[in-house]
Ligand binder design. Sequence first.
Ligand code: SF4
Length: 281
Amino acid sequence: MARGVSPRLPAKSGRQDRVRGRAVSGPPAKDGLRLPAKGRAKPKAVEAVSPKLVEGYDPLAPERIKGILRHLDQLYPAATCALHHRTAWELLVATILSAQSTDATVNRVTPALFEKYPTVRDFAALTPEQLEPDVRSTGFFRNKSKSVVGAAKKIVSDFGGQVPEEMDKLLTLPGVARKTANVVLGTWFGRAEGVVVDTHVQRIARRWELTKNQDPQKIEQDLMKIIPHERWILFSHQVIHHGRNLCLARRPRCVDCPIEPLCHAADKTWTTVAVHQGAKG
Ligand code: SF4
């Protein structure tokens, strides 16, 4: 354990005292995200400790959830979807292409793609094989081509060429599961029908002990019970940004993370509080 760092047991309320000097004071970054102040001394990583949980500790305590949401608001006040799009159809295509890929890669591909095929009807007229070369660099291009062309054909044949704005109808489109549907509904239509659970939300919800599940659909149900409905859309975007900026999969930047006093993740790289072996991404 690093010298001078004493892990603390979690409070029964689930709320931890603020650690002195950890206030977010950095200026808003250009993309509207607020990043932590730089220049703090970086203690070495501490070994994970696993003291007995304080009796009555509740990771879902409302005060703890509110604290996490407050920090997310300070860190990422303007978080939104990073996939470039001008229409619901373009967002749907970009989201399908983003599976197992990065938003940056998708954003490099889509401008030329939508210039070549400007409307959903242009896509519906293709075979998957014709689309494959245009989406190859996003990976899994055969399946993605099938999904995009299949979704276009169904939107044209069943929904008059308009992307539907109901969850049950979106889920009938090839290649569209709840994550993709939630992105389109929340980001384009402003409809909070669920919580987007991508790889970042999945990992971080588990680190924060907001769920014990691994399955994205079960995680979504758990989050929908504890995150206020009006926060569902923003919460997803904020957590995704947190997963990209600080709460990285392999080496989370815990020393820079203002949420650290509330986080008991076993795979933290630095801690001032007790870690819980079950809290893992
Ligand atoms: S303290 Fe570390 S593991 Fe916890 S939320 Fe912050 S970056 Fe993630």
